[in-house]
Ligand binder design. Structure first.
Ligand code: ATP
Ligand code: MG
Length: 417
């Protein structure tokens, strides 16, 4: 029993963090377990990455005018006076490791991870300050079929989570360096003419990074983004060919997609393929998975030019689509109806668990009420231990749905009693 000292105020959780428990935690675990299964099917290797990095890892790669770098990073000086940042995304840290750890030798490298990320945003449904992502990257491969593989994997994941209905893949190309530069110039000309009507943020971005305006969520910018110049008018033949191979591969794999010519993504390092899986079932927080090709990132971090492509998906948003998941009932509940049989109960429940059967021990509270308690908890079978005429006796009550294997295992255990 815990007691609370009345004069001490319990510190509250940090705004924008969540304590995930019960059916929500089950849905969260279901997302991670499904991702782990799918990434093995696609032969992605698991990596674990640090939660914090030197600030430069993120500021050099994500782009100074992106929301994440300009206002969302948790940066601080450590006791040694070094500027560190809690990771706001996975890709930059993974790219840093690729360079500093010599992962070049494993290229092309398919890797996957999941874990917490931190962004100082306005907390609301589907948007938190500590949130979690699953993440998949292919580093050191320039071919469009690699983009296809990643997208087919994302599509299969959403299907296996049972949430693919109502989620659409929005696909765009940002072209190669030359296409992108020509598009950028055209965007500056176009937005300059309406500068006074844009949001302050967008006016600020206009000369430095006009692509950002296309990703603006400010309603004042929306009327102008729809009619802005499209990348298609600036794509080089090579960039067009690359994109055609990506869409052709998706069609061959049976993955539905929609062209989204104004999609640019929240971070600056993307080239060629950019995509989001979007739903209207989560209100304003409708992007569940996003990514693209980031061929320029390694160089921005001081490494050799290395093509790469990846995606990340918010676990909380995926879990919200999955809905609450019940906690699974035990296969077997072992009930000790006489305290003299406690050690026997411990032996029985241990043996069941070692045999791969999920089991719970009920051995506390009034002995007469323990069996009813087990019935209420529910299980495939109940194994009750009691004394009859000075002898230990066991009885098994199995549900009709209990498997033959489970019945056999319990019969064996009872016989050995
Ligand atoms: P948004 O447009 O919703 O701000 P984003 O473009 O900033 O998303 P990414 O950086 O692409 O998001 O991250 C990939 C995914 O991570 C998003 O699609 C979303 O599912 C999830 N995500 C991003 N930020 C948050 C957050 N603050 N809280 C919860 N999930 C988030
Ligand atoms: Mg964002």
């Amino acid at each position: 029993m815990s007691t609370q000292t009345p004069s001490i105020q319990t510190p509250q959780a940090i705004r924008g963090t969540q304590d995930i428990f019960g059916p929500d935690a089950e849905a969260f675990a279901f997302v991670v377990e499904t991702f782990e299964r799918v990434r093995r099917l696609y032969r992605f290797r698991r990596v674990e990455m640090p939660v914090f990095e030197k600030t430069a890892v993120f500021s050099r790669s994500l782009g100074e005018t992106t929301d994440v770098v300009s206002k969302e990073m948790y940066s601080f000086e450590d006791r040694g006076g070094e500027s560190l940042t809690l990771r706001p995304e996975f890709t930059a840290g993974i790219a840093r490791a690729f360079i500093t750890d010599g992962w070049q030798q494993y290229a092309p490298l398919k890797i996957a991870t999941h874990g917490p990320l931190f962004r100082y945003e306005r907390p609301q449904k589907g948007r938190y300050r500590q949130f979690h992502q699953i993440d998949a990257e292919i580093i050191g491969a320039a071919e469009p079929q690699v983009d296809v593989e990643l997208l087919v994997m994302a599509d299969q994941l959403l299907k296996e989570l049972g949430i693919a209905d109502g989620v659409t893949l929005q696909l765009n190309t940002l072209g190669d360096g030359a296409s992108r530069e020509a598009w950028r110039t055209a965007l500056i000309d176009y937005f300059r003419a309406v500068k006074g009507d844009l949001s302050e943020d967008s006016q600020d971005r206009l000369e430095r990074n006009p692509l950002r305006i296309l990703d603006s969520k400010d309603p004042r910018d929306k009327p102008f983004t729809a009619d802005a110049p499209k990348i298609d008018d600036f794509l080089s033949d090579e960039a067009q060919d690359f994109f055609a191979k990506v869409t052709g591969g998706l069609d061959a794999a049976g993955v539905a997609w929609t062209r989204a010519p104004a999609l640019v993504r929240g971070l600056d390092y993307y080239r060629h393929t950019a995509f989001e899986f979007v739903t209207d079932r989560l209100g304003a927080q409708g992007t569940v998975l996003g990514g693209g090709r980031y061929d320029g990132l390694m160089e921005a971090l001081g490494g050799a030019a290395t093509p790469a492509v990846g995606w990340a998906a918010g676990i909380e948003r995926l879990a919200m689509l999955v809905g609450e998941k019940g906690e699974a009932k035990a296969d077997v509940i072992v009930v000790v109806e006489d305290d003299a049989l406690l050690t026997s109960g411990i032996a029985q429940v241990s043996h069941l668990r070692r045999s791969g059967v999920s089991a719970e021990l009920v051995a506390s509270g009034s002995a007469r009420k323990r069996f009813d308690k087990a019935v209420k908890m529910g299980a495939q079978a109940i194994l009750a231990l009691a004394m009859r005429d000075g002898q230990a006796a066991a009885r098994v009550r199995a549900e009709d749905s209990a498997s033959a294997d489970l019945r056999e295992l319990l019969d064996k255990q009872v016989a050995q009693l």
